[in-house]
Design a protein around this ligand. Sequence first.
Ligand code: HEM
Length: 229
Amino acid sequence: NEGAHIEKLDWSFNGAFGTFDRAALQRGYQVYKEVCASCHSMKYLSYRNLQDIGFSEAEVKALAAQYEVPALDEAGDPTTVKAKPSDRFHSPFPNEVAARAANGGALPPDLSLIAKARVGGPDYIHALLNGYHETPAGFALPDGKSYNTVFPGNAIGMPKPLSDDQVTYADGTKATVEQMSRDVATFLMWAAEPKLEDRKRAGVKVMGFLGLLTIFTFLTYRKVRRKVQ
Ligand code: HEM
C-alpha cells in the first residue's frame, strides 16, 4: 500500500464521547442494500439488528419480507418462504466458487467485520470507494481489474461501485460519492462494533469513578495525616 494516502476523517463515533449518527447509519444501510449487497454478504447481521439503528419493528419486518429463505412445505419438500426479522442478511452468492465466478476470480469479502479487519477501518473504506482514478500511463492493469490508488497493488477486482446519485436518499441528502461512501463506512463501522457506544459510555463512567476515588482518597489521606502529626 505504498504511498497511498488515507485521509483521517472526523467521524462522530471517534473519541471518548463518540456516538453513531443514526441518520448516517440508515443512509449507509440503504447504500449497502442497494449497491454493495449485490456482491457482498453480511452474514453476521440479522434483519432485527436494524432496530438498533432506528428502524421500527414493522419496518424491519417489511425489510426482511423482501427476501426469501429456504424452508420445507407441508409435504416435506423444499420451498422458500419470506425471511423473518430473526433471519440473517440475504447473501448474494450461495458459496465462494459462485462468488468468484461472478467476479472474475476475485472474492468479495463478507462485510460484517470489514471495518475492523482492514487497517484504517472506516477511513480506509471511505478512501477505497473514492480511490478509483484513470489508470496512469505505463501501469499494466490486468484484464477485469480496476485501477485504485488505495487498494494494495492498485489493481482491484471490484469495479467502481459508486457514482453520484446512485441511490435516492429518503431524507433528501444529496447522494454524492463522497456522501454515500461516508454513510456506508459509518454503517460498516456500526456492523463491526455495534456496542461501541456502550463501551465508550462505560469508559467515561469508569474514568469519572476513578477521578472521584482519587479525590476522596486524597482527602482521607490528609485527614488521617493531620491526626498523626
Ligand atoms: C472488495 C466494499 C460494492 C466486488 C471490497 C473490499 C471492501 C469493499 C471494503 C475489501 C478491499 C480490501 O481487500 O482491502 C464495498 C462497498 C461496496 C462494494 C462498501 C458498496 C458501496 C461492490 C460491488 C461489487 C464488489 C457492487 C461487485 C460488482 C468486490 C470484489 C472485491 C471487493 C470482487 C475483492 C477485490 C479484490 O480482492 O481484488 N469491497 N464493495 N463490491 N468488492 Fe466490494
